[in-house]
Design a protein around this ligand. Structure first.
Ligand code: GLC
Ligand code: MG
Length: 422
């Protein structure tokens, strides 16, 4: 909550499955486009919140499988669990609040009367969430009868149908929308209400996000029937909510542009020409630098002296790199090693992205930039905690140079990784 000194310019609150993550896109291209835009233009002044139906266990699993950024806040288990930061510190106050008129055992007793309901896996059963699968044809009828039975037993519950198959039972005060309203209230009390909030979703459990006061919303193009139905009945004439024409994360980028909330051109959609930059943004330069590295090895930039000269121009002549192995090299030497690697990842799996970029100006002409640098290749996925010292170098096109790069493996990973270059 305290990462930013002031209030956030933008708070994105996004569902994961089939909203931030497109499971039909094996290359994760739209997610990588979003990541690059976020780290380049938003991380320094904005907040990203993931709001998922998944339990903490399944959420952590997804983070291992997909190139997801680290969110500032994580809302899990359909808005029944909220955690903060990288270390996922739970909001105990929220969970206590949800005990009001809630009794899991009673929910289990009453749901046992419906053979149409089949339990989801044990990981998805949580203190304030009981979850089943149910065939579409039975859903409406069962939800109605169950709701009456639970009211008669003195509970205040919310029953949500998602994805045409999942049925969740939660305390009435829970849900993705209630969790967001709670966060807004907390931010407001601290005088840090975000200037803009953009909610993003594709299925039934996202519906209530769109009813939170004052938010912009995007229903991604690939949304499920239950959310589309709700949108048609409730939000079609609301100019703050759109049904995107793009799928998943591409729909989120589309919405940022549509509402004019801020930059909406992902660095991945731009070929860096090495041209003079207007105003210096360390996050943007780091994103562009690693994109150039990815494109070089994938042979997606021209193999020319100009490209190499551009790389050299952003390097301080005495710049050094301390890679995870600990053996120090000059950055110029590193670029020499990189030259023959042109296209060595052509047609192969190879992606590079950065996460948690933070920068601070440490003198009138230097910045310290810290970030997690991820690399995905056929050999697996690895992360380096990276610190870069940037100095201004006004005589060059970019106006800055890499002076020092220091990397260490995250989680003590120390395999002999000979192809690791930058
Ligand atoms: C996620 C959860 C599941 C839930 C569904 C819909 O898939 O894992 O338990 O029912 O979201 O909310
Ligand atoms: Mg979803």
């Amino acid at each position: 909550m305290d990462r930013l000194d002031g209030h956030a310019h933008l708070m994105i609150v996004s569902d994961l499955d089939y909203t931030m993550v497109d499971h039909d896109d094996q290359e994760n291209l739209s997610l990588l486009r979003f990541n690059a835009l976020w780290e380049s233009d938003y991380r320094h002044n904005s907040l990203v919140v993931f709001s998922t139906g998944r339990s903490p266990t399944m959420y952590k699993q997804l983070r291992k499988e997909k190139p997801l950024l680290t969110p500032d806040i994580t809302i899990m288990s359909v808005g029944t669990e909220i955690t903060y930061g990288e270390s996922m510190v739970p909001d105990d106050g929220w969970e206590q609040y949800l005990n009001h008129k809630w009794d899991r055992d009673v929910v289990l007793e009453e749901t046992a009367k419906f053979p149409q309901l089949s339990f989801q896996s044990s990981t998805e059963q949580r203190p304030h969430k009981v979850s089943f699968f149910i065939q579409k044809g039975y859903a409406e009828e069962v939800m109605k009868s169950l709701s009456e039975l639970l009211v008669n037993r003195g509970l205040d519950v919310k029953i949500i149908y998602s994805g045409g198959i999942c049925l969740d039972i939660l305390p009435l005060g829970a849900g993705k929308g209630e969790a967001l309203a709670y966060l807004h209230k907390k931010f407001k009390a601290d005088g840090k209400l975000p200037t803009n909030t953009l909610v993003c979703g594709d299925s039934g459990n996202d519906t209530e996000l769109f009813s939170v006061p004052d938010v912009y919303g995007v229903v991604v193009s690939n949304a499920h029937e239950e959310l589309l139905k709700w949108y048609a009945q409730n939000s079609k004439d609301n100019p703050k909510i759109i049904h995107a024409t793009e799928r998943c994360a591409a729909g989120i980028i589309q919405a940022i542009g549509h509402f004019g909330i801020g930059p909406n051109i992902s660095p991945r959609d731009v070929m860096d020409s090495g041209c003079k930059i207007k105003s210096f943004n360390p996050g943007h330069e780091i994103v562009m630098f690693y994109l150039l590295y990815e494109r070089w090895r994938r042979a997606e930039v021209e193999n020319s002296d100009l490209t190499i000269d551009n790389m050299i121009s952003i390097t301080h002549p005495s710049g050094i790199i301390v890679p995870p192995s600990g053996v120090e090299h000059s950055i110029l030497e590193c670029i020499d090693t990189l030259v023959p690697c042109y296209g060595d990842k052509r047609g192969k799996q190879f992606r590079v992205w950065v996460d948690r970029v933070s920068s601070s100006q440490i003198s009138s002409d230097s910045w310290l930039v810290k970030f997690d640098k991820w690399e995905l290749s056929d050999e697996g996925r690895h992360c380096c905690l990276t610190t870069v010292l940037l100095n201004s170098k006004p005589e060059t096109p970019k106006g800055f140079a890499l002076v020092n790069v220091h990397q260490t493996w995250l989680d003590g990973y120390a395999a002999d990784h000979t192809t690791w270059i930058l």
